[in-house]
Design a binder for this molecule. Structure first.
Ligand code: ADP
Ligand code: MG
Length: 616
C-alpha cells in the first residue's frame, strides 16, 4: 500500500486579518442578496433605492451588454429568449433532469442528451449555469464595492441543504468566475439560525426547526445547538418545490378558467401570465381577491381559490417536516423554536399550516427574504475572526479530487469541507474492453490537474471486459479526523476493488497554499475557458466515435447521399475538435443530433422489416 506524506491538517489557511472584509451572499433561485457585518451587526446592502433583493435574472442584450436584477426582470415579457431566470435550478443538472421544466422556461436549454451538464444558449453563445450564477455574484460584488468604496475578494455563499456535491461545487466555481474566493458554502437553514442569534450564545441549548420555502426550493432542517456548536439532526425537502410552483398553479388555473390560448409562439404571453400570477399571489398574502386585465382578459382569483390550489403543495412540505422529525427521532413537543425562511412563508396559509403542525407559533421576526444573507454575513464575520468563542470545525484546506478525461480536475472533497468527511463519485471507462483504470489523486483549486499538486497514483486492475461506458466505477475519498485520506476505487458490477492510503505527515507550507489559492483566482477566467473547451472536445470526440459506429452498423441501410452527408459531418466535427472554438463544436454536435436522429430511426425500421422478411 502506497503511503504518501501530505498534510491536510497542518496546512491551514492563515487567520484572516480583522480588517479584512468577507461578505455573505444568499444566492437564491428567485432573489439573491448580499450582506456584511459591521461591529458584529449584519446588514443587507441595497441594490437600488427600494430593495436589497436582486432578482436572480440575467438579460443579455443583442449588443453584448448584460443586465442583472430588477431591470432584467422587466425583459421577461418583451425578450424571453434573452432573459434567464431560475438559473440555480440548472446548477449541476443534466438536460434529462430538466426536460419536464423546459416547457416553462422561455429560454433555450441546449438539448444534447449526450452531455452531462446543461447549457443555455443566448444568441450565438452557450452559457453554463456556473457562468450565469457568476453574473449574479458579480453584480452583488459590485454592489458592495460601490457602497463601501473598496474591493471585496472573499465571500461566504449559502446553498439549500439539499444541494448535492456537484451543485455545491458549481456554486464554488461560480464564485471563482466572479472573482470571489469562496471561504465557505453554508446551508441556508444554518445561516438562518445564525441570523436569529441562535448558536452565538455559548450557554444555550436548543432544538430548532428551520422551514424554508423560497421561490424554487423547499427544505426543513432540524438542528441541535449546544455550547455554540451546530449539529444537523436531520433534513428533508424538495429541490423542486417553491413559490414558482404557486405561480404556475395560478397560471394553469387561469388557462383553464379563462380558456386561454397558449400555443406556440406565445411564450411571451405565458411570461406575462407568470408575472401577473406572482403579483396575484403576493397580493393574496394580505388581501382576499385579485383582479387584473392582461391582453384583454380579465384575470381574477380569490384567496380561497388560491388556497385550494396550493393546499397539496403545502401538505407535501408538512409531510417533509414529519419525516424530518422522525429521522431525528423527535416529536413536535421537543422543538423549541420554528424559524420561517423564504419569501413564500409570507403566505398566511403556509404560516398557519406550519404552526398548526408544530403546535406552536412560528418565529418570523426577521424578514424572511433577508434572514439567510444576514446569517451568511455572521458566518463571514466568524471566519474573519471577529466573533470570539465560536467553535469552528477542522477543514480541508484545499480541494481533493482526481484527474478525468482531457486532464480535468474533478473535485471529490471540496476545500473547506469539515473533517472527518467522505465524498464519492462514479466514473466509467472510455474504451471498449478497458481492463485497467489509472486513478490519479490531486490537491488544489485549478481546473486543469497540471496546475494542481499530485498526491498519488494507483491502478484499478482486472475490470472484466465490458463496452465503454458500462462499468460503474465508484471512487470514494474518506478523510479521518487526523487528516488521513483513504482513496478507494470499486467497479460495482464486478466488485473489483483497490484502495490506498495517503498519510498526513509533512505539511504543505502556508505560503505554498496561499500561492495555489491566489493562482486559482488569478487564472479563473482562462481556466474556465480551458475547461469549457476541453469539455466540448470530449463531447465532440464521443460524438465522432458514435458516428463511426453508426456508419459501420448501418452502411447497408443508408443511401449513398445519406452516407456522404454523415461522413461529411463527421469530418467537419473532427476539424472543429482540432480547433479551439467551443461554441462551434457545440453547434456542430447539436446539428448532428438533429440530422442523425431521423436517419437512425429510418435505419432501425429497415432492420426490423428485413428481419421480419427473413423470418418468413
Ligand atoms: P429563493 O430563496 O428561492 O430565492 P425567496 O426567499 O426570495 O426565494 O422567495 C421568493 C419567493 O417568495 C417568490 O416565489 C416570491 O413570489 C415569494 N414571495 C415574496 N413575497 C411574497 C409575498 N408577500 N407573498 C407570497 N409570496 C411571496
Ligand atoms: Mg432562499
Amino acid at each position: 500500500m502506497a503511503k504518501i506524506p501530505i498534510s491536510l491538517k497542518e496546512g491551514k489557511i492563515a487567520e484572516p486579518k480583522n480588517d479584512e472584509l468577507i461578505i455573505g451572499i444568499d444566492l437564491g433561485t428567485t432573489n439573491s442578496l448580499v450582506a456584511f457585518a459591521n461591529d458584529n451587526v449584519p446588514k443587507v446592502i441595497k441594490h437600488n433605492e427600494k430593495s436589497a433583493l436582486v432578482p436572480s435574472i440575467i438579460y443579455f442584450d443583442p449588443e453584448g451588454q448584460i443586465i442583472v436584477g430588477a431591470d432584467a426582470k422587466e425583459k421577461l415579457v418583451s425578450e424571453p429568449s434573452r432573459t434567464i431566470y431560475s438559473a440555480k435550478r440548472l446548477m449541476g443538472k443534466s438536460y434529462n433532469d430538466l426536460s419536464a421544466v423546459q416547457e416553462l422556461l422561455a429560454y433555450n436549454i441546449v438539448d444534447t442528451n449526450e452531455e452531462e451538464l446543461v447549457r443555455v444558449k443566448v444568441g450565438d453563445t452557450y452559457y453554463s449555469p456556473i457562468d450565469l450564477s457568476a453574473k449574479i455574484l458579480g453584480e452583488l460584488k459590485r454592489t458592495v464595492e460601490k457602497e463601501l468604496d473598496r474591493e471585496v475578494k472573499k465571500a461566504v455563499i449559502t446553498v439549500p441543504a439539499y444541494f448535492n456535491d456537484a451543485q455545491r461545487q458549481a456554486t464554488r466555481d461560480a464564485g471563482k468566475v466572479a472573482g470571489l474566493e469562496v471561504l465557505r458554502i453554508v446551508n441556508e437553514p444554518t445561516a438562518a439560525s445564525l441570523a436569529y442569534g441562535i448558536g452565538l450564545d455559548a450557554d444555550a441549548e436548543r432544538i430548532i426547526a428551520v422551514y424554508d420555502l423560497g421561490g424554487g426550493t423547499f427544505d426543513v432542517s432540524i438542528l441541535h445547538l449546544q455550547a455554540g456548536v451546530f449539529e444537523v439532526l436531520s433534513t428533508n425537502g424538495d429541490t423542486f418545490l417553491g413559490g414558482d410552483d404557486f405561480d404556475r398553479a395560478i397560471v394553469d388555473f387561469w388557462i383553464d378558467t379563462f380558456k386561454l390560448d397558449i400555443k406556440d409562439g406565445n411564450k411571451s404571453f405565458i411570461q406575462e401570465l407568470r408575472v401577473s400570477a406572482e403579483e396575484a399571489k403576493k397580493a393574496l398574502s394580505t388581501k382576499n381577491e385579485f383582479e387584473k386585465e392582461v391582453n384583454g382578459v380579465d384575470l381574477r382569483i380569490t384567496k380561497q381559490e388560491f388556497e385550494l390550489l396550493i393546499q397539496p403543495m403545502i401538505s407535501k412540505t408538512i409531510n417533509s417536516c414529519e419525516q424530518a422529525l422522525k429521522d431525528a427521532e423527535l416529536t413536535t413537543t421537543k422543538i423549541d423554536e420554528i424559524i420561517m425562511v423564504g419569501g413564500s412563508t409570507r403566505v398566511p396559509l403556509v404560516k398557519e399550516s406550519v404552526s398548526k403542525f408544530f403546535g406552536k407559533a412560528v418565529n418570523d421576526s426577521i424578514n424572511p427574504d433577508e434572514v439567510v444573507a444576514l446569517g451568511a454575513a455572521i458566518q463571514a464575520d466568524i471566519l474573519a475572526g471577529n466573533q470570539k468563542g465560536i467553535l469552528l470545525l477542522d477543514i480541508t484546506p484545499l480541494s481533493l479530487g482526481i484527474e478525468t478525461m482531457g486532464g480535468l480536475m474533478d473535485t471529490i472533497v471540496p476545500r473547506n469541507t469539515k473533517i472527518p468527511s467522505k465524498g464519492n463519485r462514479q466514473y466509467t471507462t472510455s474504451v471498449d474492453g478497458q481492463k485497467n483504470l489509472k486513478i490519479t489523486v490531486y490537491q488544489g483549486e485549478r481546473d486543469l490537474v497540471e496546475h494542481n499538486r499530485k498526491l498519488a497514483e494507483f491502478i484499478l486492475k482486472d475490470i472484466p471486459p465490458m463496452p465503454a461506458g458500462l462499468p460503474k466505477i465508484d471512487i470514494s475519498f474518506i478523510i479521518d479526523a487526523d487528516g488521513v485520506l483513504r482513496v478507494k476505487a470499486k467497479e460495482l458490477r464486478s466488485e473489483t476493488e483497490t484502495s490506498l492510503e495517503i498519510k498526513s505527515q509533512y505539511g504543505i507550507s502556508e505560503e505554498e497554499m496561499a500561492t495555489m489559492l491566489m493562482d486559482s483566482i488569478k487564472n479563473a477566467k482562462s481556466d474556465m475557458h480551458a475547461r469549457g473547451l476541453l469539455e466540448a472536445r470530449n463531447e465532440g470526440n464521443s460524438m465522432i466515435k458514435s458516428l463511426e459506429k453508426f456508419l459501420r452498423d448501418n452502411r447497408e441501410f443508408l443511401s449513398s447521399e445519406q452516407t456522404d452527408m454523415v461522413e461529411n459531418l463527421h469530418q467537419q466535427l473532427i476539424n472543429l475538435v482540432a480547433g479551439d472554438d467551443k461554441n462551434k463544436i457545440l453547434d456542430k454536435i447539436s446539428e448532428i443530433n438533429k440530422v442523425t436522429e431521423p436517419l437512425a430511426n429510418e435505419a432501425l425500421t429497415r432492420i426490423v422489416s428485413k428481419e421480419l422478411i427473413s423470418d418468413k
